[in-house]
Design a binder for this molecule. Structure first.
Ligand SMILES: [Zn+2]
Length: 401
């Protein structure tokens, strides 16, 4: 095991870094974040445990580098999700640009954190070598199975598929400016892991098991019988649920204080039509049809009351991989009512008056995620176009098919 100090980490102050370690043998660069939300301490604690094992010599880094970073330092100190701004909603291009231009003394606590992490991420990308893996550890306010969230690109899917937990695809369609979307748009593998309820001790052990498995799958550490145990534990924690899911509804909260979730719901709970979920401004919120509840809100900070999800069938996953491989989307702009928005050919504008026969699920199959600026148009962006698949080609898990 070789520990080297790299200049790259100099912009990230000491208490920002949970640990970093580099092997003499080239390999993957694994970057972990914990505590992007300050009330979610489990990820930080799990990363500390992992680095303790490295430092005590109980585990050896076989190849590459591992860097673990604390997210929102002032919020972590106060055990609050955030002080002024949600640090995981500031990474949209426009917002990021505005913050970076602001003088330091005019930035909010989280805007400062954003600027520091932004510089840190880019220095890591310059000074370490591919393939890069970015993993962001979170917990939820409700009870939940451990699960992965990813933007829908093939590299993300393939790596997520290795873990024995459910995977939520396409959350980027519903969230403004999460860190992982920013990194994913740079073309790198970026994956979120939600390890359990904030204060549940299992959230720490699930996160630790997940980290070791991620390190093993990337080839940073070798697979030992310990990983078999970790795999089994995580599988049990997820009750064997290893499906892909898609969000189809987000209950957005204009003001979080007027929303009160009914007690006792959990993520991945199937619910019948008519179930009373919450009250909002004194009005009951019910399930309009049957569905699976996802991330019901049991805390006083947040922008979503809950989501609804549905399983993505295997055939749809396979078909969408094939269509993307064949670059089927290139033919799309030949359809009436569909045009490229920019010269990079990464965003399509769809006129819904013309393309009524094409539905959102159809574009999802092709890897497009949509935003709807007005009733008549959809703007679709493609994760595949910028994905650096080539950099992952020689890993054990990416066969390119
Ligand atoms: Zn979080």
């Amino acid at each position: 095991m070789v520990l080297t100090e790299k200049d790259t980490l100099s912009t990230l102050e000491a208490d920002r870094i949970i640990g970093h370690i580099t092997s003499e043998k080239p390999g993957p660069t694994m970057v972990f974040f914990g505590g992007i939300h300050g009330n979610e301490q489990a990820g930080v604690l799990a990363l500390e445990k992992v680095f303790n094992k490295f430092h005590r010599g109980e585990r050896t880094l076989e190849s590459g580098s591992v860097i673990a970073i604390r997210g929102n330092l002032p919020a972590l100190t106060r055990k609050q999700r955030f002080l002024k701004h949600d640090l995981n909603r500031l990474w949209g291009r426009d917002r990021l640009g505005q913050v970076l231009e602001k003088p330091r003394d005019q930035r909010s606590a989280e805007e400062n954190e954003l600027a520091v992490l932004y510089r840190g991420v880019h220095q890591l990308l310059e000074q370490y070598s591919p393939p890069f893996y970015f993993i962001d550890l979170h917990t939820t306010s409700s009870q939940t199975l451990p699960f992965i969230t990813v933007n829908d690109s093939i590299i993300n899917r393939k790596f997520s598929e290795l873990f024995p937990v459910p995977v939520i695809l396409g959350i980027e369609e519903y969230l403004e400016g999460p860190l992982l979307s920013y990194i994913n748009e740079l073309g790198y593998l970026a994956l979120g892991f939600e390890s359990g309820q904030h204060d549940d001790p299992r959230a720490i052990s699930n996160a630790e098991d997940f980290i070791w498995l991620a390190l093993s799958y990337s080839g940073a550490v070798s697979w030992t019988p310990e990983q078999d145990d970790q795999f089994q534990r995580l599988k049990n924690a997820a009750f064997g649920d290893h499906h892909f899911y898609e969000i189809f509804y987000r209950h957005k909260l204009p003001e979080v204080h007027s929303f009160k979730m009914e007690d006792g719901f959990w993520s991945f709970q199937p619910l019948p039509k008519g179930t009373l979920l919450a009250t909002e401004k004194g009005v009951p919120v019910e399930m309009e049809k049957k569905g699976i509840l996802f991330m019901p809100l049991y805390q006083k900070q947040g922008e979503e009351g809950f989501f609804l999800i549905r399983r993505t069938p295997r055939w749809a996953l396979r078909l969408s991989s094939r269509l993307r491989k064949w670059n089927f989307h290139k033919a799309l702009s030949a359809l009436p009512g569909v045009n490229w928005e920019d010269e990079d050919r990464d965003r399509l504008v769809v006129n819904l008056h013309v393309t009524r026969f094409l539905s959102k699920p159809f574009f999802h199959l092709l890897g497009y995620r949509s935003r709807q600026p007005d009733k008549a148009h959809l703007i679709l962006s493609n994760r595949e176009h910028k994905a650096r698949n080539g950099e992952y080609m020689n890993t054990g898990w990416f066969s390119g098919d």
